[in-house]
Design a protein around this ligand. Structure first.
Ligand code: SAM
Length: 330
């Protein structure tokens, strides 16, 4: 494939921190990589173009994956599209006969294509059905706002949306649904906007509640936890994990995982000095960057989605994994 074709295929969605992720995974000839969040295929194409390697590209959204067929045809035998969740990647890959890989990239959240398609119900700017399900199955956002108790709604909006006015928003939602159930995105956005004033940074007041509902409906944080554990099992020694997150809830999980799994002892008490000596016997990862990598100003100016992005990278050691998939430590 030539550069123009690749650019045309990527045009719907501008991949965030593409060069940094590609550099971190440093694909090599014959190497095997997982792109756990295929989206428009930006990362996948970059890896396949960088070396004569193989990529297993996972996405839980069937519509997204269907579009990927065009890209798969351009890389016969080298690109394998896999429908499912990255939280199940050990199982998904083993079904394809792959037991270990050399690198895994996760670019969390949803793509521009998903936000811009009003029929998916992710956007508070375009009216659409209040859906938000990446897989188009299970409980929708409308089901949540129409049936959840006010107390639970407030908790979700506070925890997953980090919305200071969560209780007020939950009360307004419950009041409005007594008139008639919610079915459209804009009605929900209007109810929220009537309760919460726009902050001076200009962020739409509906942003945080929509984020909370999306995280809940898709169990995004649970998926992230499972994805990281699966990555530990799947990566071969020297393999690299690269995760791009977009809000503090996600970044905190990734940061904590890398810190814990790289054997950084936690402080026995608040007053004791932190030990920074990794316990080499149990460390399954070694952090490749102390601080998260963030996009340059040029990228942020070109792509507003990049503004809150944070990339964390870690290299798999040869220590065996003690994590039981689907559970805690073995
Ligand atoms: C931000 S986009 C990825 C964009 C991609 N890096 C690119 O360059 O085009 C995230 C994609 O991951 C998918 N996704 C989100 N969570 C997932 C999960 N747990 N398992 C599999 N796919 C997931 C979404 O459906 C979406 O297509």
């Amino acid at each position: 494939m030539n550069a123009a074709e690749a650019t045309a295929l990527r045009s719907d969605h501008i991949p965030v921190l593409l060069n940094e992720v590609s550099k971190a995974l440093a694909p090599k000839k014959g190497g095997r990589y997982v792109d756990g969040t295929f989206g428009a295929g930006g990362y996948t194409i970059a890896l396949l173009e960088a070396a004569e390697c193989m990529v297993w590209a996972i996405d839980r959204d069937p519509a997204t994956l269907a579009k990927g067929e065009v890209i798969a045809k351009l890389f016969p035998e080298r690109l394998h599209l896999v429908k499912g969740r990255f939280g199940d990647m050990v199982k998904l890959l083993s079904e394809q006969g792959v037991m270990s890989v050399d690198g895994i990239a996760l670019d969390l959240g949803i793509s521009s294509m998903q936000i811009e398609d009003r029929s998916r119900g992710f956007s508070f700017l375009r009216d659409g059905p209040l859906d938000m399900r990446m897989e188009r199955s299970g409980r929708s956002a409308a089901d949540v706002v129409n049936t959840m108790s006010e107390k639970d709604l407030a908790n979700i909006i506070l925890t997953y949306g980090e919305e200071r006015h969560a209780r007020r928003v939950a009360r307004a939602i419950v009041g409005a649904r007594q008139e008639r159930p919610f079915s459209r995105t804009l009605r929900l956005a209007d109810v929220i906007r009537a309760e919460v004033r726009r902050s001076h940074d200009g962020i739409d007041p509906a942003t945080r509640t929509f984020q909370a509902l999306r995280i809940l409906v898709n169990d995004e944080l649970g998926e992230l936890e499972r994805g990281l554990q699966n990555a530990e099992h799947l990566l071969s020694p020297g393999g690299v994990l690269a995760v791009v997150s977009f809000h503090s809830l996600e970044d905190r999980i990734v940061k904590k995982f890398i810190k814990t799994r790289s054997g950084m002892a936690s402080k026995p008490s608040r007053h004791a000095p932190a030990s920074v000596t990794p316990n080499q016997d149990i460390a399954t990862f070694s952090a490749l960057s102390r601080r998260p990598i963030t996009p340059r100003d040029k990228e942020k100016a070109k792509n507003p989605r990049a503004r809150s992005a944070r990339l964390r990278i870690a290299e798999r050691t040869s220590a065996p994994s003690l994590i039981t998939l689907g559970g805690g430590l073995a």
